[in-house]
Design a protein around this ligand. Structure first.
Ligand SMILES: NC(=O)C1=CN([C@@H]2O[C@H](COP(=O)(O)OP(=O)(O)OC[C@H]3O[C@@H](n4cnc5c(N)ncnc54)[C@H](OP(=O)(O)O)[C@@H]3O)[C@@H](O)[C@H]2O)C=CC1
Ligand SMILES: CC(C)(CO)C(=O)C(=O)O
Length: 305
């Protein structure tokens, strides 16, 4: 089996490392990571095990190669540019978006009709070029034909990922899983980043009162789109977020905070921004998601000064 990983960073290089013992992998990443991998391998530490992995990596796709599966693992902001740059290799090929947010799969679908959605609730942290530390594992990776339905090509990919020792499950309604992950990210990431606090602090009644509205607005949009998540009502999800998800990642700092600290733009438009945009499309009100999106963009604008 041949796998290509496009926009390989903390998530994509870790995935390439684990897959590389079980299939033929090439990672398209920044040159400094490719150079470090060629020199000393990709160094993984933490919950996926400690080890050094060698695989093929460069800034380009090797000429003339075709792949059984492609993963896109860039930040959502780069999805379209990556699809444009690698349109020839993506065309007619099974392509997985392994990214946070809502909207990546729709972009990928403009370049191939074989789109697989994916979620991963695992913490990957850079520890230098081609060095990644896995800090949190909050559940299995999910893979499913986008927007939904069972599919043998997805089953074969699940089997490969499982063989590589990564916890994974197939999903018949990946659109619901993507929204479930986005409920978590849009509740915690921007407030954690704006307030510079770990997730656990967001249980304080002040931010929690905002989170309640963020989630209720998202549920109204999900109802319009026929999206099913494991919690039938917003209150059910809020109870799960409050009692299970936040306590189990209480010390974790949002990756959005890392983005801001490194002077990078965030994925806010694919999270709260997308909830607010879809609410507008359905003539619903989403003032809390809209306000948080505006605050994040204001925070981003300060980076450039
Ligand atoms: N990190 C985490 O713990 C988790 C992340 N996610 C999600 O996974 C996705 C990936 O996150 P993460 O791995 O942390 O992101 P990273 O920024 O670490 O990785 C993306 C990499 O892709 C590179 N890249 C972008 N465009 C290209 C291109 N055209 N050619 C080559 N390289 C390119 C980026 O370089 P540059 O920065 O120079 O543009 C960057 O090194 C995001 O959607 C994130 O929200 C989900 C769960 C957990
Ligand atoms: C790292 C973790 C578990 C929590 O932030 C995550 O999955 C995410 O940021 O999307």
């Amino acid at each position: 089996m041949k796998v290509l990983i496009l926009g390989a960073g903390a998530v994509g290089l870790s995935l390439a490392a684990r897959l590389s013992d079980h299939c033929d992998v090439h990672a398209v990443c920044r040159q400094r990571h490719a150079d470090a991998i060629a020199e000393r391998g990709l160094v993984l530490t933490g919950l996926w095990g400690e080890g050094t992995h060698r695989f093929s990596a460069s800034e380009e796709v090797p000429a003339g190669e075709r792949y059984d599966y492609i993963f896109i693992t860039s930040k959502a902001l780069a999805t379209r540019a990556i699809c444009e740059q690698f349109a020839d290799v993506i065309r007619d090929t099974e392509t997985v978006s392994l990214q946070n947010g809502i909207g990546n799969e729709e972009i990928v679908a403009e370049y191939t009709d074989r789109v697989i959605g994916a979620t991963i609730i695992t913490g990957f942290e850079w520890r230098g070029d081609a060095r990644v530390h896995i800090s949190v594992v909050g559940g299995p990776m999910k893979l499913g034909r986008f927007p939904d339905g069972p599919d043998p090509k997805v089953d074969a990919l699940v089997a490969l990922v499982e063989k590589a020792g990564i916890p994974v499950e197939g999903s018949d309604h990946i659109k619901g899983d993507l929204w479930a992950k986005t409920l978590y990210n849009s509740s915690l990431n921007p407030l954690g980043a704006l307030m510079n606090v770990p997730y656990g602090k967001l249980l304080h009644p002040m931010p929690w009162g905002i989170i309640e509205h963020v989630v209720r607005e998202a549920y109204a949009v999900m109802a319009e789109e026929g999206v099913r998540v494991p919690w039938p009502t917003a209150d059910d999800y809020l109870a799960y977020l409050h009692d299970v998800q936040v306590p189990s990642t209480a010390e974790h700092h949002a990756s959005m905070l890392q983005d801001i600290m490194h002077g990078h733009l965030t994925e806010i438009d694919f999270m709260n921004g997308e909830i607010a945009a879809r609410a507008r499309k359905y003539e619903l009100d989403a003032p809390y998601n809209d306000c948080i999106t505006r605050l994040m963009h204001f925070r981003e604008s300060l980076l450039e000064q």
